[in-house]
Structure formats: structure tokens, C-alpha cells
Design a protein around this ligand. Structure first.
Ligand code: ZN
Length: 245
């Protein structure tokens, strides 16, 4: 990224009334969370183990093979912590800027950084729920059966994280609010997303405001949306630079 790009970004932010920050996996990679499609990405890793992510991360697989779903080998991962991207956005919000986050991530790192306005298109891990009766549970209170499948103590239904799997629709209210947020914003920052996950493209096309900024490691196709500023770089690194000018 170049110095004048950061200056321009700072000016856009200062001018904006409502900022919609549309973020993807690239917002969390600096917290040590792998993205999906790159060399070390989660999907790439699964494919190396001959697992099709669209299959094993699906509702169908969960209901038909719950034992395999909940016992898939996972890499040991440290508890991720918010990085400069989450921190800078939360600080902007705390200083009175209207910064509204719409994220495709399920890691809850924006909230951990203290951000209040966060819409999670693909759900989250903070609560789990019973697929039979809908009761909610905290992950740490979930009891597992002899097959290591989390079960509801009331009706033995499968208890699962509140994330959106393949074959499932995002929460209607979250979808609605996300679209409204993008329509209401005058600056949209698209960050750390390849926009390849459907229907990311559909959301950003709701934009009717003034400026569009893209922050991403590699060029992305924004369709017929005009981009005012394209910053090639890591999201946290880029946003942290705002403090230095
Ligand atoms: Zn239940």
C-alpha cells in the first residue's frame, strides 16, 4: 500500500456519515485463522484430505453422519485474538463514527474487540442450539453422547453451533439488516474477501452511496460496482496505518 492511498482512505472515512464494512476471511487471517481458498486455506486443507468442504460442512452431512461431522480431525488451534483490523474499526466506532460491520466470518472477533454494530451473515459459535426443539446452549455446557455427538438433554436432538452450513440459508433478519445497512451507507469498505462465496456479490450491489474502497491481498472482481480506491495489502496492516498519518 502507498502513503497517498492511506491518506485518501482517511479522508473518505472522515467525510463519511455511515460506513458499511463488508469483510471476509482475509480480515481474520492476521489473527492466525486460515482463510478458505488460499494454499493453507481451510478448504484447500480439507481437499488435501480428500474431503469435499461443500459436503462435510453441509447440513445434510451433519444430519446423516453426525459422528463424523463432530469428530473430523482438526488442526490444533490457539484461541484467536482480534487483530489491528478489528481493533481499528472498534476504536472508530467508540470514537463516535458510525461504522457498521457486515462479516462473513464466524469467529466473533469484531465483538471481542468491542465492536457493537456487527452483522454476522454466516452465524457464530457463541451459542449452540438443538436441531429438534431449538433450545440454545452455551458451547461449554453442551453434553456429548458416547459417540461424541452433542445432544439436547430434553429430547436427545443434535446440538450444533449457530453457524450457517452449506445447504442452509442465512438468518432472514440478518440478511435484511445487512442489505439495509449497505443501502444506508455512503462509504462501503470491502475487505479481505474474494467475493466468490455466494451471495457476497449480491450484498455489495445494494450500495447506492458515494465511495467504494477495496482492501485485499489480491485483485477481486467487483462486477459493475465502481471502486474509488483499491488498496492491495493486508486489512489489519492497512487500517493500522491510519494511526500513523
Ligand atoms: Zn432439544
Amino acid at each position: 500500500m502507498k502513503h497517498y492511498e492511506i491518506e485518501q482512505l482517511k479522508m473518505y472515512i472522515e467525510e463519511a456519515r455511515i460506513i458499511a464494512f463488508f469483510g471476509g476471511a482475509g480480515v481474520s487471517t492476521e489473527s492466525g485463522l486460515p482463510d478458505y481458498r488460499s494454499k493453507d486455506g481451510r478448504y484447500t486443507q480439507m481437499e488435501e484430505q480428500d474431503l469435499d468442504p461443500k459436503k462435510v460442512m453441509s447440513r445434510k452431512y451433519l444430519t446423516e453422519h453426525p459422528k463424523a461431522f463432530f469428530n473430523r480431525p482438526r488442526r490444533n488451534q490457539k484461541e484467536p485474538i482480534p487483530n489491528d483490523a478489528h481493533r481499528m474499526l472498534a476504536e472508530m466506532e467508540q470514537s463516535g463514527k458510525d461504522v457498521r460491520v457486515i462479516t462473513q466470518n464466524v469467529d466473533g472477533l469484531h465483538q471481542k474487540a468491542g465492536h457493537r454494530f456487527v452483522l454476522e451473515l454466516h452465524g457464530h459459535h457463541r451459542t449452540w442450539y438443538c436441531m429438534a426443539c431449538g433450545r440454545e446452549y452455551l458451547p461449554e455446557e453442551v453434553k456429548k453422547d458416547q459417540d461424541q455427538i452433542p445432544r439436547c438433554p430434553i429430547d436427545q436432538g443434535i446440538v450444533r453451533p449457530s453457524v450457517v452450513l452449506f445447504g442452509e440459508n442465512p438468518n432472514k433478519e440478518v440478511v435484511q439488516k445487512s442489505k439495509e445497512t449497505i443501502r444506508a451507507s455512503d462509504l462501503m469498505i470491502i475487505a479481505g474477501t474474494s467475493l466468490s462465496v455466494n451471495p457476497a456479490r449480491h450484498y455489495i450491489q445494494q450500495f447506492q452511496g458515494k465511495r467504494v474502497v477495496v482492501i485485499n491481498d489480491e485483485k477481486i472482481d467487483t462486477g459493475n460496482l465502481d471502486v474509488d480506491l483499491y488498496i492491495e495489502g493486508k486489512v489489519g496492516e492497512t487500517l493500522a496505518k491510519l494511526e500513523t498519518i
